[in-house]
Design a protein around this ligand. Structure first.
Ligand SMILES: Cc1ncc(COP(=O)(O)O)c(C=O)c1O
Length: 314
């Protein structure tokens, strides 16, 4: 889907016009992938727009920056406020919010220290990512391995990691699948190109620990907490590939994917290919909260105070 532009973008604490958010081709990030970023959703609750787990996303952005020795001149709270002001000012919601920290135009060599840090926050309307409606998606195990430990850090959400994700995603698409699941360097289940993965077997919910090259997903964390609320037994452990083929239920989680059931893996149906009871129960809780049918009992939302009328696009 082409990006639907909004009026303004937050840049280093000030607003600029969408069309003015331009970079020089010799910026460090263009040549060496030196960026970290976030993907955040702002939902349209009956009470108004509200950003899902804003502080946790901005903490992860600062964590990613710290791993890459990027000094960010804004606190977590200032960045959260930047998102709130942006959504309120653009008057566009529900929306996706994309904060980016990057190394800009400075020196041409690999050493990043002399290129300035730029912080941008953009927002734009966005709908479902992987699946429309209630059907699960058909996925494959990728021939591409997820980034190995001590190569590119998987706990940082860096732009460069998404070169690996693009290989996984493209291979899946050209072979007729919606998404690919990557194994880690040891051959254990890691995650999708842009989603964490959960498996259900005999009433227990399994997900890979962070040491299997997975991003510490905010939706992953939300689902783990919801599973706790529902008293579903949860085990974070290494998952062998074959577990995917004999699982009772498999689903993806992510800001974009939300909670997306998986119908088949490598053309092997997950159980009978229908959405299983634990996935359904977790979807009910998750969508109940993000669609405002259930109270925000975990305090996951940051309200966006708005007087202006909702306007999608400009
Ligand atoms: C590689 C990868 N894993 C997992 C996730 C899910 O993380 P979150 O739930 O924070 O969006 C994402 C999405 O950001 C991702 O790109």
């Amino acid at each position: 889907m082409p990006i639907q532009k909004t009026a303004r973008i937050w840049h280093n604490g000030k607003f600029i016009a969408w069309d003015d958010a331009k970079l020089h081709v010799m910026s460090h990030v263009v040549n060496y992938g030196s960026s970290v970023f976030e993907g955040v959703r702002c939902y349209g609750l009956p009470s108004g727009p509200a950003i899902f787990r804003a502080a946790e996303h901005m903490q992860r952005l600062l964590d990613s920056s710290k791993i890459y020795r990027i000094d960010v001149a804004f606190t977590r709270e200032e960045l959260v406020q930047g998102m709130v002001d942006l959504v309120a000012g653009n008057g566009v919601w529900p929306c996706y919010i994309r904060p980016i920290v990057l190394r800009g135009y400075g020196e041409a060599g690999v050493n990043p220290f002399n290129s300035p840090t730029e912080v941008y926050i953009c927002n734009y309307p966005w709908g479902k990512y992987l699946a429309k409606g209630d059907e699960g998606v058909d996925v494959c195990v990728s021939s591409w391995t997820r980034i190995a430990p001590n190569t590119l850090p998987a706990m940082a959400k860096s732009g460069a990691n998404y070169m690996n994700s693009q290989l996984i995603k493209m291979e899946a698409i050209v072979n007729g699948y919606v998404e690919g699941i990557a194994l880690d360097a040891g051959g254990y289940v890691s995650e999708g190109s842009g989603e964490n993965l959960f498996v259900v077997r005999q009433g227990t919910l399994y997900t890979a620990p962070l040491a299997n090259s997975v991003l510490p997903g905010i939706t992953r964390d939300s689902v783990l907490r919801l599973a706790g609320d529902l008293k579903i037994p949860v085990v974070e452990q290494m998952i062998p590939r074959e577990m995917l083929y004999i699982a009772d239920e498999v689903f993806f989680t992510g800001t974009a994917a939300e909670v997306t059931p998986i119908r088949s893996v490598d053309k092997i149906l997950v159980d009978k290919g229908t959405i299983g009871p634990i996935t359904k129960a977790l979807q009910k809780e998750f969508y109940g909260i993000v669609e405002g049918r259930q109270p925000d009992r975990h305090n996951w939302f940051t309200a966006v105070p708005v007087g202006a009328k909702q306007a999608v696009g400009v």
